[in-house]
Every structure is written in C-alpha cells, then in structure tokens.
Design a protein around this ligand. Structure first.
Ligand code: KIV
Length: 289
C-alpha cells in the first residue's frame, strides 16, 4: 500500500482483458465524498457483499459502498435471521471484501451483542473490524440510545454509519418485521436521526420507514441518508445483493427490486454440467492432457 495518498487515490482501476483497456482513475470513496454527493443531489449506491468476487464485480460496476452486513448470517451462513452471526464469523468475510475493492468504501457491520453493552465494548469490537478486517467504517443499529456508543467510536477515529427505523437485531423487541415511524411514532424516528447525526455518525441507514418521514429526515439532516424500504427521497439506497440479483427465490420484501436472475443462471449451468458428466461428453479431448 502506498504511503502517498495522491498516488493511492489515482491508482489505475485495472487494465482490462489483455492489458489494453484504458486505465480509469480511481478515487477511493471517502466520507466527505458522500456528504458532497448529498449536497450535489448525486444519489449514493450501496450493496451488500460478503466475498471476493462479488466485491470485485460491484466495485468495478461503480457502487459507492459495500456493506459486509450481518445479513451474512441468513445469506451466507445458513441461519434464519441475522441474530446468531458472530464477530469472528464476520471478520474474515469483511477482510475478503476489503482486500478486493479499489474504490468502494467497505462497511463492517457490528453484529448483535457486540456493542450494545457499553461504548467500550462497541469501541473494542469496531477496532477489530478496522484493524483485523480492513473495514473503512462500521455500521451499528439503533438511534438516540446508541449516541454514546457512536460518540466513543468517532472520538476514537472510527467513522460510523447508524441504522434506524426497523433494526433487524431488535426484531423481537419490535414485534417482527414492521414499518417503523408510522403516524404518531414518526417523531421518534426523526429524533433518532437527529441524535445519531449529533453523536457524529457520517451517514444513516433508514430501514422500513414511511417515504414521507424518510424524505423529511433527509431534508433536515446534513449527513446522507441511505434507504432500504424508505422511499425514493433518501440520498442513497442499499439492497442485499442476493435479493437484488435473484440469487434466491421465495418471498421478497416489498422494497426489493430484482435486477437479475443469478439463481437461474447457476441452476442451468449446474444442470448442463451434470448432464455432460453423466453423458460422458465432459471432459472432452480439449480438456484432457
Ligand atoms: O446487514 C444488512 O444487510 C443490513 C442492510 C439491510 C442495510 O443491515
């Protein structure tokens, strides 16, 4: 890694197949870029990623942030929810993603139970994501009640994205997957947004918040808002890639749009491979030494 920031920030994107494609300059996405994007009205894009190849593909496509979400629990590790995943399980996934990007900001996601006990616990966990896994910042769930944790992390040199509205780690307190901030409860979400900004968060994810409430928060905050099920007026959007690109089928949340059908591509590939092996048409002479 270069110690010269200007060299690092203009490193070539890659030369492409055969080394002939023109090198595109890369500027690493930094927290101030996201704030500038908000003020220019340039939408911010974020996707989850949990491995090397998806990280490379999404980074080269130009996504601004890659979230190594605790959603790895139910998208990679076979659990039903995000609750069981541990710090020790998320660190190697985060490391794989941060090693694989050139431009995108990599967000380590603090899992359930790894920061709620105290600001000190949160700080020590976040340090592991930064030092051991190369995350560029961390995300944690919670609003006003998490302000002391956010403050501690930011004062200790760790950029923080807050996550308010529906917070999946608190599913059992919130009574299941429900839109938060409807009707009379909108004030609480607005207060949460202001509290996390005041505590020093540089951005806030809003999950399953009514569009008009998310729009008001986006207008009132200086920091960027990134929505998931929070309507079109947020400063950016985030989706779990397995949902967005059709790695799985089954029931999807209403806020998901499916942009690709990766599951069909993989199924067809696997079926063709099985058929070739069973029919003795693979390997052919061209695959044989
Ligand atoms: O873990 C995750 O994927 C998330 C997104 C839903 C924002 O927190």
């Amino acid at each position: 890694m270069s110690t010269n920031p200007s060299a690092e920030e203009t490193a070539p994107y890659g030369t492409g197949p055969g080394g002939n494609a023109p090198a595109k300059p890369v500027r690493k996405v930094r927290t101030h870029h996201l704030r500038e994007m908000k003020h220019r009205g340039d939408k911010i894009t974020m996707l989850t990623s949990y491995d090397m190849y998806s990280a490379q593909i999404f980074d080269e496509a130009g996504v601004d942030l890659l979230l190594v979400g605790d959603s790895a629990s139910n998208n990679v590790l076979g659990n039903e929810t995000s609750l069981p995943v541990t710090v020790d399980e998320l660190l190697p996934l985060t490391r794989a993603v941060s090693r694989s990007v050139k431009r995108a900001m990599v967000v380590g996601d603090l899992p359930f139970g790894s920061y709620q006990a105290s600001p000190e616990q949160g700080y020590l966990t976040a340090v592991r994501f930064m030092k051991e896994a190369g995350a560029h910042c961390v995300k944690l769930e919670g609003g006003a009640e998490m302000a002391p944790v956010i403050k501690k992390l930011v004062e200790g040199g760790i950029p923080v994205i807050a996550h308010i509205g529906f917070t999946p780690q608190s599913e059992h307190v919130l009574g299941g997957y429900r839109v938060q901030g409807r009707g009379d409860t909108s004030d609480r979400i607005i207060d949460d947004a202001k509290a996390v900004q005041e505590a020093g968060a540089f951005a806030v994810v809003m999950e399953m918040v009514p569009g008009d409430v998310a729009a008001q928060i986006t207008k009132e905050l200086e920091i960027p808002t990134i929505g998931i099920g929070a309507g079109p007026d947020c400063d950016g959007q985030v989706l779990v890639w397995q949902d967005a690109f059709g790695m799985r089928d089954g029931k999807m949340a209403r806020f998901v749009k499916q942009y690709a059908d990766v599951k069909s591509v993989l199924s067809e590939g696997a079926e063709a491979y099985i058929s070739d092996v069973k029919g003795s048409t693979f390997p052919g002479p061209e695959h044989t030494f």
